[in-house]
Design a protein around this ligand. Structure first.
Ligand SMILES: Cc1cc2nc3c(=O)[nH]c(=O)nc-3n(C[C@H](O)[C@H](O)[C@H](O)COP(=O)(O)OP(=O)(O)OC[C@H]3O[C@@H](n4cnc5c(N)ncnc54)[C@H](O)[C@@H]3O)c2cc1C
Length: 385
């Protein structure tokens, strides 16, 4: 299907699809089982320039935007939600540097993030501050040419392997929404920074962990300038990265549809393929329509961003919400179609089912997206500002 992508965007999508099909799909079950970080695949993705697609040309990138990032995430997610999440999380740590970093920070970090030599992550969530981002407790206190970071971040994708973390912390709690700041923090070789892995039910090949800052001294140059801009930065970044999260949901939902279609055409009961039964057709028809609708919402939000329509919070939340719901529904339908074999780790249905739930949680839960959408529709608070 032609989605009115540019020639270059279609090439990026095709290349990511090829890597997903040839290099990731064959080992997705193994990585899911072991929960290993896919270093080999990171190298393959780096060689294919996938980390460069959304980074400006002047810092060694290919100059694309949110659409390019979303296309890669969608294709990787078709093969493995975990590997796709690891790729996306590095990107989510990169976007704030592109948007708000100083020239020095961009020159220092973006080429390494392009080549895959540096892996990024973003650290917002804390044990007691998740949907309620502003209630975070992490602090950064200025001390001469340094800041002293204290606090704990949890559920951070890539935490234990990342070289850089985009960390949000209060530099002045009393100043409220004007007191939070953003920092690009080098995680390795700092005695005040410790990471620990977290186990999880799905997207298992993506490493998730905790990052603890205990009087961690970081240079003052780590601040994404100026001080006090953390709140607008966090929401402006989420407003972009939620599109790639939606694309991840679309990829997993498409993988469900592909697997369910294949199984419907292979499995026979009562002397015929199970795809001949109308109740299975009902599931296939619903999945087919919903996956396409989620994709179109996602591409629309990505396209708007890249056209400079940055106030499309409503469209972004619609894409993120719907793609998450569709991924979850498609994975449930696929489990039904696979019957007992859905329960087996040898088939993809169980992994897709566990992976799909993620897209209703990360980067703002389904409830948070619905709140944004409903508030806008009811006229209580316009999202598109
Ligand atoms: C695999 C994985 C990877 C992740 N990666 C990252 C990462 O890289 N970086 C990062 O910073 N975070 C990351 N997260 C954290 C994720 O973004 C948070 O888990 C998410 O924002 C939701 O927080 P919570 O699970 O603590 O839910 P809570 O905020 O505690 O909410 C619990 C429930 O209450 C609902 N709720 C809360 N407030 C409201 C409200 N006002 N109205 C209606 N309902 C509400 C929520 O929708 C949810 O259903 C990751 C999480 C997972 C599982």
């Amino acid at each position: 299907m032609n989605y009115f992508l540019t020639e270059e965007q279609q090439m990026i999508k095709d290349l990511a699809a090829q890597i997903a099909r040839e290099k990731i799909a064959p080992i997705a079950l193994e990585y899911d089982e072991t929960g290993k970080f896919p270093w080999d695949i990171v190298e393959v993705m780096a060689k294919a320039d996938l980390f460069r697609v959304f980074i400006p040309k002047e810092y060694d990138g290919l100059g694309g935007g949110i659409m390019e990032m979303a296309l890669v995430v969608e294709e990787l997610s078709k093969a493995c939600g975990g590997i796709s999440l690891a790729y996306a999380a590095s990107g989510l740590g990169t976007i704030p540097i592109i948007l708000f970093g100083s020239e020095e920070q961009k020159k220092k970090y973006l080429p390494g993030l392009c080549s895959g030599e540096l892996i990024g992550c973003f650290a917002i969530t804390e044990p007691d501050a998740a949907s309620d981002v502003l209630s975070m407790k992490a602090t950064a206190k200025k001390d001469g040419d340094s800041y002293i970071l204290n606090g704990s971040k949890i559920w951070i994708s890539n935490a234990q392997f990342a070289d850089l973390a985009l960390v949000y912390a209060y530099t002045n709690k009393e100043a409220g929404t004007k007191g939070m700041s953003a920092f690009v923090v080098e995680l390795k070789n700092n005695p005040g920074i410790k990471t620990a892995p977290l186990d999880k039910m799905g997207t298992r090949s993506s490493p998730t962990g905790e990052i603890v800052f205990e009087d961690a001294r970081i240079p003052a140059s780590a601040l994404l300038p100026p001080e006090g801009r953390g709140v607008p930065y966090v929401f402006e970044c989420l407003n972009r990265t939620r599109v790639s999260c939606a694309a991840g949901g679309v990829g997993v939902a498409q993988a469900c549809l592909d697997a369910a279609t294949k199984y419907c055409n292979e499995r026979k009961q009562f002397g015929q393929e199970i795809g001949q039964f109308q109740m299975n057709q009902d599931l296939i028809a619903q999945m087919t329509v919903e996956v396409e609708a989620a994709r179109l919402l996602t591409y629309k939000a990505a396209w708007q961003k890249d056209q400079g329509q940055l106030g499309n919070t409503l469209e972004t939340s619609m894409a993120k919400y719907f793609a998450g719901e569709v991924a979850q529904r498609a994975s449930h339908a696929t489990m039904k179609i696979y019957g007992s074999y859905g329960y087996s780790p040898e088939y993809p249905a169980a992994r897709l089912y566990r992976d799909a739930v993620l897209y209703q949680i990360v980067e703002g839960t389904a409830n948070i997206q619905k709140t944004i959408i409903a508030m806008d529709q009811l006229g209580y608070r316009k999202a598109n500002k």
